[in-house]
Ligand binder design. Structure first.
Ligand code: PHE
Length: 362
C-alpha cells in the first residue's frame, strides 16, 4: 500500500510538471485529489486497514496528498502568471493608433471659410459681428432704407414675399409686408435701433432674390458693413475697403470706387479691386487677355456709400442725429469672393454639395 502511495506521488509529480495550462492542471488535480481519485479512496478506506499498519499508511497518504497539493498550488501560480502575460500581449490595444479604417477629417464649407476670413479681418479692424433675421419686414428691407414705393426691387418678380395670410393672422401685416430679405442692409437699421453711435459692425448672412444663373442663386450670402460716428467720411470707407481687400486678395491690391446709386446711401459707389491674376494690367505675362477680369484689370465686388440722412431719420430716437453723425455702409457677396479666391466659375456648385468639389477645399 505504501509503495502504491509512493508511486502515485511520482506519477503526480510528473503529471503536474507536464500540465501546460491551468485547464490541464485542473484535470491533474481532479485525477489525484478529487473525490474519485486513487489517493482519496485510499484515505477513505483507511479504517479497513489493519491497526498495526494504519499509522504508517495514513501518514504516507497524508504526506503525499500535501506534497501534491503544494505542487499544484505552485504550478498553478506559475501557469496563471504565464497565461496573464500571454493574454496581455495578445490583447494589447494601442490607443494611439488611428481608427481602422482611418477616416478623413472633414472641413468647413468654402463659403463658411470665406465668411470667417472676412469676419476675422473685420474684427481685427474693430468691428463687431451681428446677425439678423432672414425673414424680414418690408419696413426694414425697403422702407427704412429709403426705397420709394415703386422701386423695382419691390416688384413681385424680384423678391420672395412670405404669405402671412395663413392660419395665424399677423396683426397689421398685409400680403406684401413680409419677405425673405433681399440684402443684409436691413440690419443697418436694426443695429442702429439697438445701439447708439458710434457703431462699427458687419453682418454676414443669407439673402434671397428671384435670380438663378451661373453667377446668381436664389439664396446667396452677403456681408454688410456699417460704420457710424462723428466725422466719418468717404475716405474712411475707401481706406476700410482697401484694408479689408488687401487682407483677402493680397497686399498689392488697389481699389477704385465708381459712382452708382442705392436708395439708402448718398453718395453711392460700386467698388472694384485690382485683378490679382494680371496684377491689374488686364494682360497675362504671355500677352493673353486676363480671363478673370476680362482684360479690364478690375474686378467688381460690391456696393457702398455714405449712409443717407433719410435712413438716420428712421433711427434718430436711438441717437442718430443726421446733423451730428455720418457713416458709411458697404455690402458684397460672399460667394463672389469665394469664387474669385478659388477660381470657381459657377456659383451654383457651392450648393450642390458634391463632395468631389468640396473635397478640393480641405
Ligand atoms: N445692399 C446692397 C445690395 O445688395 C449693397 C449695399 C450695401 C450698397 C450697403 C450700399 C451700402 O446691392
Amino acid at each position: 500500500m505504501i509503495e502504491r502511495i509512493e508511486e502515485i506521488e511520482v506519477e503526480a509529480v510528473a503529471d503536474v510538471g507536464a500540465a501546460d495550462s491551468t485547464a490541464a492542471l485542473e484535470e491533474a488535480r481532479v485525477r489525484y485529489l478529487g473525490r474519485k481519485g486513487e489517493l482519496t479512496s485510499i484515505l477513505r478506506g483507511i479504517a479497513e486497514i489493519e491497526p498495526s499498519r494504519l499509522g504508517a499508511v495514513g501518514a504516507a497518504a497524508n504526506h503525499t496528498r500535501k506534497t501534491i497539493e503544494a505542487l499544484i498550488d505552485e504550478r498553478l501560480e506559475a501557469l496563471e502568471a504565464a497565461e496573464l502575460e500571454a493574454s496581455l500581449v495578445e490583447d494589447r490595444i494601442d490607443v494611439t493608433l488611428p481608427g481602422s479604417p482611418a477616416r478623413a477629417v472633414g472641413h468647413l464649407h468654402p463659403i463658411t471659410r470665406t465668411r470667417r476670413l472676412i469676419e476675422d479681418v473685420m474684427i481685427g479692424l474693430g468691428y463687431q459681428v451681428m446677425e439678423g433675421p432672414e425673414i424680414e419686414h418690408d419696413f426694414y428691407n425697403f422702407t427704412a432704407l429709403n426705397h420709394p414705393e415703386d422701386h423695382p426691387a419691390r416688384m413681385l418678380q424680384d423678391t420672395f414675399y412670405v404669405d402671412v395670410s395663413g392660419p395665424v393672422e399677423v396683426e397689421g401685416e398685409g400680403p406684401r409686408d413680409v419677405l425673405l430679405r433681399t440684402h443684409t442692409s436691413p440690419m443697418q437699421v436694426r443695429a442702429m435701433e439697438a445701439e447708439p453711435p458710434p457703431i462699427f459692425m458687419i453682418v454676414p448672412g443669407k439673402t434671397y432674390r428671384r435670380d438663378s444663373d451661373a453667377t446668381h442663386s436664389p439664396m446667396f450670402h452677403q456681408v454688410e458693413g456699417l460704420a457710424v460716428g462723428e466725422g466719418i467720411t468717404l475716405a474712411d470707407l475707401k481706406g476700410t475697403l482697401l484694408a479689408m481687400l488687401r487682407e483677402i486678395f493680397g497686399p498689392d491690391r488697389q481699389i477704385r470706387m465708381r459712382p452708382h446709386f442705392f436708395p439708402f446711401t448718398e453718395p453711392s459707389v460700386e467698388f472694384d479691386v485690382s485683378c490679382f491674376r494680371c496684377d491689374g494690367t488686364g494682360n497675362l505675362p504671355d500677352g493673353a487677355r486676363c480671363g478673370l477680369c476680362k482684360g479690364i484689370g478690375w474686378i467688381e465686388l460690391g456696393g457702398a456709400g455714405m449712409v443717407d440722412p433719410n435712413v438716420f431719420g428712421f433711427v434718430s430716437e436711438s441717437g442718430y442725429d443726421p446733423d451730428s453723425v455720418t457713416g458709411f455702409a458697404f455690402g458684397f457677396g460672399i460667394e463672389r469672393i469665394a469664387m474669385l479666391r478659388h477660381g470657381v466659375g459657377d456659383l451654383r456648385l457651392f450648393f450642390d454639395n458634391d463632395v468631389r468639389l468640396l473635397e478640393q477645399f480641405s
